[in-house]
Ligand binder design. Structure first.
Ligand code: PMP
Length: 284
């Protein structure tokens, strides 16, 4: 079945969905994005995704503002037209179309807004049952990873490198410290403490990361946001990643070190279950 895609206010068949070669997304990766998961045909944490989108746009001085109600409407419509019960909506907003020039075009340049859906099993799938394995690689990205731009070539290289080495993903490191995964936040559990790096300019402040922090508090687990080294991660009791598509997914091996004997840990599993429960209770 052909998907219906959203392009600047219009709903078109995916083969017909086109944007200009002069779009700044195409020429300069000058675009920001959000991925919102869909469960039971409804959106997970939509408000927070829109808040982060607005922040990304503000940090990059995008002129025009977005109308959140309009964005909610087309997200819902895409989910409905494409019959997405479980999956994602990918949304991209670029600075728009302008003659190729490094300097930003005028601030009233019309934004390019595109969105499409993907069907995906998010709750029950292979990684949820088995966990994932990761390798660590040098983090060669720029210093504004807090802005969710489509500048994703390095994470794409890192992920491909991981797959080539027989792992599922790469954790990116700086000076021996784990920053985050190629497209997710990294966490470890050691004794009674759960650690994930503080959100600054060097990582993306995941919407799932924030939700999981709240869920952990409700379970009376102790989250201590702090950065951790690769060696600490390799010696952790449990490890996991969070993202809109992974939710909470166990990491059972880091480099050559099995975590929790290569099995999904009990705390990680309870966090996953509690996260999914609250997501299902708060759908938009
Ligand atoms: N870090 C990076 C680098 C990411 O690309 C993502 C997912 N886009 C995340 C963290 C997780 O963010 P979220 O929980 O909002 O999906």
């Amino acid at each position: 079945m052909t998907r219906t895609v959203y392009v600047n206010g219009e709903y078109v068949a995916e083969q017909e969905a086109k944007v200009s070669v002069f779009d700044r997304a195409f020429l300069f990766a000058d675009a920001v994005y959000e991925v919102t998961s869909v469960l039971n045909g409804k959106l997970v944490d939509f408000d927070n995704h829109m808040k982060r989108l607005q922040r990304s746009m503000l940090e990059l001085n995008y002129g025009p503002k977005i109308d959140e109600d309009e964005f909610l409407e087309f997200h819902r419509k895409l989910v409905s037209i494409n019959k997405i019960d479980e999956g994602i909506v990918y949304l991209q907003v670029s600075r728009g179309i302008a003659e190729r020039d490094f300097a930003f075009p005028s601030s009233d340049t019309k934004l390019t807004v595109t969105a499409f859906t993907q069907k995906k099993k998010l709750i029950e799938n292979e990684t949820a049952t088995k966990g994932i394995t990761v390798i660590t690689v040098d983090d060669l990205r720029w210093k504004r990873c807090d802005i969710k731009t489509i500048q994703l070539l390095y994470p794409s290289i890192a992920k491909t490198e991981a797959l080539k080495k027989g792992a599922d993903d790469a954790w990116m490191t700086q000076n021996g410290y784990v920053m985050e995964g190629s497209s997710n936040n990294a966490w470890i559990i050691k004794g009674k403490n759960i650690h994930t790096r503080e959100a600054d300019n060097l990582i993306l402040n995941g919407i799932t990361r924030l939700a999981v922090m709240k869920v952990a508090e409700q379970l009376k687990y102790r989250v201590v946001p702090k950065q951790f080294t690769v060696t600490e991660a390799e010696n952790a009791d449990e490890a996991f990643i969070t993202s809109a598509t992974a939710f909470v997914t166990s990491v059972v091996k880091i480099n050559d070190y099995k975590i929790n004997n290569g099995k999904i840990g009990v705390f990680t599993q309870s966090l996953r279950e509690a996260y999914i429960k609250q997501a299902l209770d708060t759908l938009t």
